[in-house]
Design a protein around this ligand. Sequence first.
Ligand SMILES: NC(=O)c1ccc[n+]([C@@H]2O[C@H](COP(=O)([O-])OP(=O)(O)OC[C@H]3O[C@@H](n4cnc5c(N)ncnc54)[C@H](O)[C@@H]3O)[C@@H](O)[C@H]2O)c1
Length: 339
Amino acid sequence: MAMLITGGAGFIGSNFVHYMLQHHPEHPIVNFDALTYAGNLESLRDIEDHPSYRFVKGDITNPDDVERAMQLGVDIILNFAAESHVDRSIMDPGVFAKTNVLGTQVLLDAARRHGVKKYLQVSTDEVYGTLSPSDPAFTEQTPLAPNSPYSASKAGADLMVRAYHETFGLPVNITRCSNNYGPYHFPEKLFPLMILNALEDKPLPVYGDGLQVRDWLHVSDHCRGIYLVAEKGVPGEVYNIGGNNERANIDVVKTILQILGKPESLIQHVKDRPGHDRRYAIDATKIRRELGWEPKYTFDTGILETVTWYLANEKWWSAVRSGSYMEYYEAQYKDRVKA
Ligand SMILES: NC(=O)c1ccc[n+]([C@@H]2O[C@H](COP(=O)([O-])OP(=O)(O)OC[C@H]3O[C@@H](n4cnc5c(N)ncnc54)[C@H](O)[C@@H]3O)[C@@H](O)[C@H]2O)c1
């Protein structure tokens, strides 16, 4: 099964590429990525010469770029490519509508044209909106009620995927996962930001009271779930993925400080994000029951391993923070990225 992995240079996409080459190297992979600020080939440097792996630079909103990649022979499309940061969507919603909704539609058209065996859309629990503390967790039947331009654009993409199944019979799946953490996470997101600031004794900015609850899942558990859905998911179905690890942001930050032996006085409460969702929680009964998925990490084992990874990989995160990885790859891949 030849796979087109869009957004494979991002956080979850690059972890998925590693996961596939380690556990299922029989599937040839094309990583198709525009290399926006969030795309980093440094995260894939160790596998860039693997015989089952190939990188193609391209934009999912550009049908010619997508067609060029499809010509390499694709059985399954897995769409990880997205604008993914809620704060950025509040500053500039337009690029979110373009990449996340239009880009998805361009990929769906290519999937139809080439008669792929499966189109898998990597979505998010944020499309369901927010929960109060006493609400039951999101199921696949929870109505979509996105609150940020990011989650609205992801919901729009999900509806487009659904429509291509209903209208054209395209064999699709949608996965909706809770918040991920783990290696290769861009340093603007909560986990790496807090770990790296704490390491440097800088203030740890926590939005509002820090009592926003997220349901944390280690990225490798997410990747295993995506692969299972791609392989065995019933066409047209949505699968929630989550690890039952609800934690308030402030408790995540305190745990990181504890692991690093740093004082809680580094925590600095800052003005909350507008429209900030209070709580997300995923009911993953369906993927557990129907596909036999189980997370391997508990929150405690996952957070310890993640902090340890950042301690051991300063070269990776210092290059990301300085932006030097972009210049390096501009020069390095100028002639290698074309299909
Ligand atoms: N991070 C999470 O906690 C989380 C949780 C659930 C679902 N998701 C979803 O998983 C997917 C991946 O998330 P992530 O955290 O890895 O995001 P990311 O921002 O780290 O990576 C996105 C990748 O997409 C690429 N990209 C952006 N625009 C593109 C375009 N027009 N054409 C081609 N490539 C483009 C970027 O270069 C980058 O490599 C997203 O769809 C996101 O909505 C993320």
